[in-house]
Design a protein around this ligand. Structure first.
Ligand code: ATP
Length: 308
């Protein structure tokens, strides 16, 4: 059986006395884009820095394609490309000089360096800037150079720490597009504290809160994780809220103003049937009834609470 691309077992990390990551375990078995989601300070960068071999964990193990990253860091790193939160760029080098330097650092054979740099310049849409000093590029293009250095050695796993941070909306769209393209033939892990970023780019979510893994699954599973438990109801001639609260299966009624209500239920369809029947019988003139789906933001808040 093929080894998972990443396997993390009971990973913990402590900076002096403070635990930043506590007993995280997960496996990434196949290709795809995995979003590491968490609020600021949740432990995302620490986890990514450990997987990338930038810092050594206090406890636990990381395997990259079955290679113990602690025991054989050089072998493990051959399979990894990493774009840290602050890209490690040298402003006084041209884009090409810098990428040649990075290819050498990543053990690309001498004869393969120029073809590898050409390929990555084209992939990242920066061929026309190859002779430009990095310090003279815009933020979006500097980020492309940062991405190029992460893939120049054709790693199986690429890790991006907050890759769209600080970019303008157009640049964000372009970088997301590039990341999706890169993920076509390798595994990508990206960290972000922005839910919409995960929705836009990722297939899977790993959510970390206060150093603990609180969720792992697909984006759809994440979205459905918290079962909807309320209805949004509008009526032109509604009864008083107490009347609605008496309906069988209704757990609570919140008046939202403007003749709109949020009704919490045990079983949606039964309550909807009752509301429709009672509205017709009492002339409440029902104009809208729908199940409210929890937004990702609500789920995020719920999962954060569960982690405490
Ligand atoms: N070098 C360090 N020394 C001491 N504490 C640190 C260090 N780096 C991170 N921490 C602490 O560890 C915790 C986790 O930080 P980490 O940077 O991993 O979180 P994060 O989820 O990436 O957050 P952000 O999005 O803000 O970067 C935080 O409380 C942070 O203050």
């Amino acid at each position: 059986m093929e080894e998972p691309i990443v396997k993390v077992e009971h990973l913990s990390h402590r900076y002096s006395i403070q635990w930043a990551v506590r007993d995280i375990s997960f496996e990434i078995p196949r290709r795809g884009i995995y979003g590491l989601l968490g609020s600021n300070g949740a432990g995302k960068s620490t986890t990514m820095n450990i997987i990338s071999g930038v810092i050594k964990q206090t406890e636990g193990q990381v395997f990259i394609k079955g290679i113990d990253a602690r025991k054989r860091p050089v072998d493990a790193k051959r399979h990894i490309g990493f774009l840290p939160q602050k890209p490690p760029l040298y402003g006084d080098l041209t884009v090409e000089e810098y990428l040649i330097h990075c290819a050498r650092l990543r053990w690309v054979a001498d004869k393969d360096i120029i073809p590898a740099v050409d390929e990555v310049l084209a992939k990242c849409g920066i061929t026309h800037f190859r002779k430009r000093l990095i310090k003279n590029l815009s933020g979006g293009y500097q980020q492309r150079v940062g991405i190029a250095q992460a893939i120049v050695h054709k790693p199986d796993l690429v890790i991006f720490d907050e890759p769209t941070n600080g970019l303008d909306p157009n640049q964000i769209m372009e970088i997301r597009h590039l990341i999706r393209d890169i993920a076509k033939d390798r595994t990508v892990i990206l960290s972000t504290h922005i839910l919409t970023e995960v929705q836009a780019v990722c297939d899977h979510i790993l959510m970390i809160e206060e150093g603990k893994l609180v969720f792992m699954g697909t984006v759809d599973e994440f979205d459905n994780y918290i079962i909807p438990n309320s209805l949004y109801v509008s009526m032109i001639d509604p009864p008083v809220a107490d009347e609605l609260a008496k309906i069988e299966g209704v757990l609570g009624v919140e008046e939202l103003g403007n003749r709109n209500f949020r009704i919490r239920f045990t079983e949606a369809q039964e309550v909807i049937d009752q509301i429709v029947k009672l509205s017709a019988a009492n002339d409440w003139r029902l104009s809208e009834v729908r199940v409210e789906k929890s937004s990702l933001d609500n789920i995020f808040a719920e999962l954060s609470k569960k982690a405490h």
